[in-house]
Ligand binder design. Structure first.
Ligand code: SAH
Length: 353
């Protein structure tokens, strides 16, 4: 039994079952026992690998797309922000790739939104040599023009899950049975936030809500509307939410989400329809990651890097290129949504509705 499991069972026995959102929040960010607060989640030694950890090309192309968007909007002084920067690899690649963009670094103030003190320390190391500030929430970002990126951040935000029952919804709960955590369902209630889903779901269907995501999107859209800027949101999912997507990954394999609380990564597919709705009128159309990276020139960039590689290094590089772009790997299940200030062009690789 993990230490967090003991705490959760004690709490549930005393005060009753908890929502998936409460369970996820504790598992990921509990100050002493949370996954992001205690473990090195990504890269070779971690439980899963993310796009920036797969290849430097990801951060380079994202960085150049942000820089082009910044030039398109008149190159103002701005906040260059990342939400959920993990090991800091993506921001390091963005900063390296944009060194040659005249004025970009001088105009940028780099701010990272990160909840885990442990990951802040890794980010500080990865970005040594660059002045960087941290904040806890998107609301706390400086009130300035903003260019922002988030990769695999929204999938880590706590979700609530509901099963359709008549015109009501039964919420998935985490309860305790003896010394084990178990899933259960609350009695159905009607929910204003899911009223619009009565039209496109049937009895027994499962939908998920990510209550924190809409607030984050609204805050970013307000900044962009007020001061200018753009954001690239990259994650796996599509939308509207349909089916149970709550999952755990441990040691590079899927695991039971209730088995080892605090020691497995917990995620859910991102409902990009909900994200875009919260960010109107700033949101672009959703694009697959493979198509986005192709439009930004990943093929010539990959060929250029390949030219100086041989043997295993070359094979690894070609495999990484495929992994990022191939529809059978990350190319299709991962999507990109951009936000940009109304009246400005969308960032390169993205199109408006
Ligand atoms: N973007 C990185 C890491 C993704 S993992 C990459 O692509 O490799 C999710 C990141 O979001 C971690 O850095 C985690 O600590 C952070 N995070 C999760 N929930 C958060 C929250 N509520 N507020 C701020 N950061 C959060």
């Amino acid at each position: 039994m993990t230490p967090l499991e003991t705490l959760l069972i004690r709490r549930i026995t005393a005060t009753g079952p908890i929502t998936l959102a409460d369970y996820m929040a504790d598992c990921l960010l509990h100050p002493e026992h949370g996954y992001y607060t205690t473990r090195p989640p990504f890269g070779a030694e971690g439980d899963f690998t993310t796009a920036p950890e797969i290849s430097q090309m990801f951060g380079e192309l994202v960085g150049l797309a942000l820089a082009q968007s910044w030039l398109d909007q008149g190159a103002p002084a701005f906040t260059l922000a990342e939400i959920g920067p993990g090991r800091g690899t993506l921001m390091a690649d963005i900063l390296r790739a944009t060194r040659g963009v005249p004025g970009f670094h001088d105009a940028a103030r780099v701010v990272l939104v990160e909840a885990s003190p442990r990951l802040r320390a890794l980010q500080e190391k990865a970005l040594a040599g660059h002045p960087v500030a941290w904040c806890d929430t998107v609301e706390a970002l400086p009130d300035t023009p903003l260019w922002l990126v988030a990769n695999e951040f929204f999938d880590a935000l706590p979700i609530r899950q509901f099963t359709r029952a008549g015109d009501g919804w039964a919420e998935t709960m985490v309860g305790a049975q003896g010394d084990a955590l178990v899933f259960g369902r609350a009695a159905p209630t009607s929910l204003a936030t899911l009223a619009h889903r009565l039209a496109d779901t049937t009895e027994g269907e499962v939908v998920e809500l990510c209550p924190a995501a809409a607030g984050v999107m609204r805050t970013i859209a307000q900044r962009l509307t007020r001061h200018g800027g753009a954001a690239l949101i990259i994650d796996y999912g599509s939308g509207p939410s349909r089916g149970d997507t709550f999952q755990a990954v441990r040691g590079q394999a899927f695991a039971d989400p209730l088995a080892t609380p605090g020691q497995a990564d917990l995620t859910a597919h991102v409902d990009f329809a909900a994200l875009a709705a919260a960010a109107r009128p700033c949101a672009t159309l959703l694009t697959e990651q493979g198509a986005f990276l192709s439009r930004l020139g990943i093929a010539p960039r990959s060929a250029r890097l390949a030219a100086s590689l041989t043997d295993t290094a070359l094979e690894n590089h070609l495999a990484a290129t495929r992994r990022l772009t191939d529809p059978a790997e990350m190319g299709s299940v991962f999507k990109v949504l951009a936000l940009h200030a109304p009246g400005t062009p969308p960032p390169p690789g993205m199109t408006d509705a």
